[in-house]
Every structure is written in C-alpha cells, then in structure tokens.
Design a protein around this ligand. Structure first.
Ligand SMILES: Nc1ncnc2c1ncn2[C@@H]1O[C@H](COP(=O)(O)OP(=O)(O)OP(=O)(O)O)[C@@H](O)[C@H]1O
Ligand SMILES: [Mg+2]
Length: 280
C-alpha cells in the first residue's frame, strides 16, 4: 500500500458568521496502491483539495494519520522524503510556473532539492519529453496555451521523480483540446512509467478513465469503486447533486421507462451498444 489515510479530520482555523467552519475533511480513510490511477470527485467545497494537500504533508491532520510509503506525514523528519515521493500539481498552472523559460521552470524543483546540476539537466529533458513539451524548452511559459502550461507544470513535478502525482483539477481551466492533452499525458505516465496518479476532477468523462473513483461529500467519502460500480449508482449521485456521465444518465432514464438494461454504459461506444440492444 503506497498511501494510507486513516480516519483523518481537518478543520481550518476560521469562523463563518461566528461559527467555526466544520471539518473540511471529516473522518476519511482510504488507501492508494502503487501504480493505481484514482479519480476523486465531489461537489464544490466537499474537501477534495484539503484531502489532496494531506497526501504530501502540505497539511497535517488534526486527528487521524496519513502514511506515505510507510512514513507518517506528521513526522517532520520525513516531510521532504514525502514531498519527493508525492508531487502535487495545483489547479492553476500560472501559480506553479515561476521562471521565464520553460526548462528553468522545470529545473526549479530538483534545484531546491540540491540535485547535482548534470543530473538536473537530464531530469529536465526527460520530464519535458515525457509530457511532449521538449521542443518548447526554451520558450516563455506565459506564451504557451493553457494545456501546454499545465503540461510544463506536470513536468516540473516529474523532475522531482515522484512515485505519485496528485493533481487538483488540472484541467479545470482548459479547453477540450488542452484537457485531452493533459489526460493523455497522465495515462501515459501511469501506463509507461508506473507513476501512481490521484486526479481530482469535476469532469465525469475524466473520472470514468480511472481504475477507481472516490466520491466525497461534506468532508466524508460517500462511495467508491471502479467507474462502473460508482456510476451505476445514479440515484445516490444525483441525490448528492453530482453529475453522472451522460451515457449513464440516458441508460438510467430508459430504465425508468421500463427498458431492459443490465449494464450501465459509461462512454459513447458502450452507449451505442446498449441502444442497439434496446432497439432490437
Ligand atoms: N484556506 C481555507 N481557510 C478556511 N476555510 C477553507 C480554506 N480552504 C478551504 N476551506 C473550506 O473547507 C471546506 C473544504 O474546502 P476544499 O477546498 O477542500 O473543497 P473542494 O472539494 O476542493 O472544493 P472545490 O471543488 O471548490 O475546489 C470548504 O468549506 C471550504 O470553504
Ligand atoms: Mg478544490
């Protein structure tokens, strides 16, 4: 087990209308295995970002424990080990890109870790190639498209050579092309380099491509499982104001009209197959 979250609670030190803000993360337990691709979905404010920040010791639990590769994130001696193992990519790449040239930006993380300059050069080239941005290495980050910027931000985390990347809504600000670029990059890193991916997203089309989906609500885990297991629970998800993939929604409505549907489709191909069955 690579990451183990045990009954974690966390509240921010803030008050809203005189009342303390309730637990942003409220008794969450989960495990993430090496090499898994896990999607985390949930309504605005349900605690996804707060949970993500616990996975690389950016936040420490008020109660409960987070272990990364066996190390307790509350152990200050382990903080940097943990941050080398679990890289966090923030929602807005502009907040993550700091240098005026792409390759300098990607070098920033390993430089901070005191990596030998010759090795930094190799790591930067490798990371830029892995995200398909090597040709842009001498460009200015601010002139890139949203998808390209986000891929450079991912390269910056890759240059630290983490075993796991946690991404907080990395495609939220991107157009459909940019989203595809980032999703293709993440699946390639997962498949070819065995990097564990934890993807926070509000796009159901992205969540269905994960090995496993975790659904959060009000700081807690509502349900979890493989995409078919999770998205066949259409009523539960709708009750908690969550989207379901359009194909699943259509199947659910047809079922409601008495159509004989056994497996809920998640994508266009499966949906077409379902309709062929139903219309036969
Ligand atoms: N820095 C902060 N200070 C105080 N309260 C915060 C802070 N960050 C988040 N919160 C509160 O904690 C709760 C969980 O927020 P969090 O950002 O983890 O949710 P989220 O699921 O990532 O939401 P979103 O989908 O909008 O990104 C919310 O009630 C939010 O208002
Ligand atoms: Mg968030």
């Amino acid at each position: 087990m690579f990451i183990k979250v045990e009954n974690v609670c966390f509240s921010y030190d803030s008050v809203d209308e005189g009342l303390p803000v309730k637990n942003a993360v409220d008794g969450v337990s989960l495990t993430i295995g090496k090499g898994e691709f896990v999607a985390v979905i949930g309504h605005n404010g349900c605690g996804k970002s707060t949970l993500a920040k616990h996975l690389n010791a950016m936040l420490l639990p008020d109660s409960g424990k987070v272990y990364v590769d066996g190390d307790d994130t509350s152990d200050e001696n382990k903080t940097w080990d943990i941050r080398e193992k679990v890289g966090l990519v923030l929602q807005n790449p502009d907040n993550q890109l700091v240098a005026s040239i792409v390759e300098e930006d990607v070098a920033f993380g390993p430089e901070n870790l005191g990596v030998d300059p010759k090795e930094i050069r190799e790591r930067v080239d490798r990371a830029l190639k892995a995200v398909g941005m090597y040709e842009y290495r001498t460009h200015a980050p601010h002139k890139l498209s949203g998808g390209q910027k986000q891929r450079v931000a991912i390269a910056g985390v890759l240059a630290i050579q983490p075993q796991c990347i946690v991404l907080d809504e990395p495609t939220a600000m991107l157009d459909p092309n940019g989203r595809d670029e980032v999703m293709d990059t993440l699946h390639k890193l997962n498949r070819e380099l065995g990097i564990t991916v934890v993807l926070i997203t509000h796009y159901m089309e992205e969540a269905v491509t994960a090995d496993r989906v975790i659904v959060m609500d009000g700081g807690k885990i509502l349900t979890g499982g493989t995409p078919p297991e999770v998205f066949s629970q259409v009523e539960l998800l709708k009750k908690h104001r969550l989207d379901v993939p359009q194909a699943a929604e259509l199947a659910f409505r047809l079922k409601g009209c008495g159509a004989d549907i056994t497996t809920i489709p998640l994508g266009v191909e499966e949906c077409a197959a379902m309709l062929r069955e139903v219309l036969r």
